[in-house]
Design a protein around this ligand. Structure first.
Ligand code: ARG
Length: 582
């Protein structure tokens, strides 16, 4: 059980006793660590509804607080209560964590089936830096949810059925360079796409031809279908290479095209159930007025001072289906076939009205208590503060961004690394480059925009991945110098402030990891790891390990060991493997 849970349970006993009825209250980590480890405003909250004096109630709680518990309690301000965990409790926790693979984190009691929809690039268009946020965030959330004991299904819902195929097919028939396609398929497909996209912007006739190619494909034309299949296969191979480099895996790749056969019957069903209706030849879903407040109704929009319909179109007047139709079919499939309890969509914040509509449709379809989340994120900016672009003004390609990151880290590695061979240095540079991109992404609040500053990201000093690597390597290096065997799990004793502060942070691991999923924010974990690393360096400087003897020596080694395990496990949950040396 976490310390928070233990404190809450002790508090509930005291409160119920004092107030004469079953009562509980929450405990949270202290905001000011000088006054304690945890705190509660229980007295203030409860006094208010009971018209009591909060300070008097707090005093009453403290007087009844058990002396043999895990913490001492003290009153602060108008009625806050601060708890200070006893040193022997921290010692016992560290002793246990030293030989526990899960570092005290128990699997959840209510395991759910969670589908995580992330990455989802559009095939034949390049996977660009915008998809990087989704890929990295989604992968980390999947790792954390599985670690907590949920059944996680990852699905790469690639865009493999949209307008871009009309363009690529048209260009394929006109300007394909077979040799280039064999040499670098993604680059050639991108060239085709860009050519067609520019040409159709300039020429209405070409735009029509592209659209006609798409209609042919969707109606099952053999030649277009063959081109599409080949494009898809090549694109997937190219994507797979990037995922491999990022160490990202998917259980499924059910893209938009997988739902093609489900679309016509779905629209019929929605019409039958009166959830959708005809609108100028198209089929649309409108507001059902169940949301009283128009500002919260995703099917209404304010135009010229008035609320007007903002319907979700599910069949165009020419008979074509679209993104919304596929997404409803996909949701239904995940509910029916995968028995999903939750579906999390890790997608750019610009699609938020689409998801609000989609979730409202799901509610009208009576799919039971589904936890649907749009895990939105902001934009990556260049050092000029504007959305990141290449010099030519295009969206940067993910693969190029990764290469640039590795080049930048190669510089740091050459200057700072103690590794001897060039191979070792190259491998470390690759690891730091990729990890820096991941860590920077995860360390920002997902909704905020952030500046992509390679030199800062790969620096050894600062809130960076390399700083955590260095902390990990430092916590491990002591064991290489050790002559006697180390027995994790033997009794320890913590005395010094720096030891206790480090132990305090290390015992929070089991509280921090589950908290990430409350609002799907891995930055809670990155902040925690950085704070723990800082506490480790302060401890390491204040408390000699190899010069100490007896239980002090063993206690400090245990702290080093638990620090190393915590940093490595925490980083692994972010999709970042640690180096043993650097
Ligand atoms: N392919 C889409 C895009 O790049 C993202 C798809 C996200 N997933 C979903 N089920 N809509 O914008």
């Amino acid at each position: 059980m976490t310390l928070v849970k233990q404190l809450e349970s002790a508090l509930a006993t005291v409160l119920s006793d004092q107030l004469g009825e079953p009562t509980s209250a929450t405990v949270s980590p202290a905001t000011d660590l000088r006054f304690g480890d945890y705190q509660t405003n229980a007295a203030m909250v409860l006094a208010k509804s009971r018209k009591m004096n909060p300070r008097a109630l707090a005093e009453q709680i403290i007087a009844a607080w058990p002396a043999d518990g895990i913490a001492t309690a003290e009153i602060a301000g108008p009625g806050f209560i601060n708890f200070r965990i006893k040193a022997e409790i921290y010692s016992a926790r560290m002793q246990q964590a030293a030989s526990d693979d899960r570092l005290g984190l128990e699997p959840v009691a209510d395991a759910r089936t969670i589908v995580i929809d992330f990455s989802a690039p559009n095939v034949a268009k390049p996977m660009h830096i915008g998809h990087i946020r989704s890929t990295i965030l989604g992968d980390s959330l999947a790792r954390i949810a599985s670690f907590l004991g949920h059944q996680v299904i990852t699905d790469n819902h690639i865009g493999d059925w949209g307008t871009q195929f009309g363009m690529v097919t048209w260009a394929w028939k006109n300007i394909l360079d077979e040799n280039a396609l064999l040499a670098d398929p993604l680059a050639e497909l991108l060239r085709l796409y860009r050519h067609a996209s520019d040409a159709s912007k300039a020429d209405e006739g070409i735009r029509e031809q592209c659209r006609a190619e798409l209609v042919k494909l969707q109606q099952g034309d053999a030649e277009n279908f063959a081109i599409w299949s080949r494009c898809l296969k090549l694109s997937k191979q190219g994507l797979q290479q990037i995922y491999q480099r990022l160490d990202v895996r998917f259980d499924h790749w059910l893209g938009e095209s997988a739902y093609n056969d489900a679309l016509a019957p779905l629209v019929e069903k929605l019409l039958e159930k009166h959830l959708a209706r005809d609108s100028d030849g198209a089929v649309c879903i409108f507001s059902d007025a169940s949301v009283g407040d128009p500002t919260k109704d995703p099917f209404l929009i304010r135009k010229d001072g008035e609320w007007t319909d903002f319907p979700m179109m599910i069949r165009k007047s020419d008979g074509a289906y679209n993104y919304a139709t596929t997404d409803i079919a996909t949701l239904q499939f995940r509910h029916d076939e995968w028995k999903a309890d939750s579906i999390w969509y890790v997608v750019d914040h610009r699609q938020s009205s689409h998801f609000q509509q989609l979730f409202s449709v799901a509610a009208r379809l009576d799919l039971g208590a589904l936890d649907l989340r749009h895990i939105a994120f902001g934009t990556i900016l260049g050092t000029d503060g504007k959305p990141l672009k290449t010099r030519a003004g295009d969206l940067p390609q993910l693969a190029d961004v990764l290469d640039d990151a590795v080049t930048a880290s190669r510089k740091t590695v050459n200057e700072r690394s103690r590794l001897e061979t060039d191979d070792e240095r190259a491998a470390l540079a690759e690891l730091i480059g990729i990890s820096a991109v991941k860590f920077t992404e995860l360390a920002h609040h997902r909704l905020s925009d952030y500046v992509f500053d390679l030199d800062k990201m790969v620096a050894l000093e600062g809130d960076t991945a390399p700083y955590l690597f260095y902390s990990y390597v430092r916590s491990r290096s002591i064991f290489r110098k050790l002559e006697e065997p180390f027995h994790p799990g033997a009794a320890i004793e913590l005395v010094e402030d720096a030891e206790l502060h480090l132990a305090r942070l290390l015992s929070r691991f089991a509280e921090v990891v589950p908290a990430v999923l409350d609002d799907c924010r891995p930055n809670i974990l990155t902040s925690y790891l950085l704070e723990t690393a800082r506490a480790f360096h302060s401890f390491f400087e204040a408390c000699p390990v190899l010069k100490a003897e007896g239980i002090t020596r063993h206690s400090r080694l245990t702290l080093c060991h638990v620090t190393a395990r915590t940093l490595a496990t925490g980083l692994e949950l972010l999709g970042i493997p640690v180096p043993e040396r650097m």
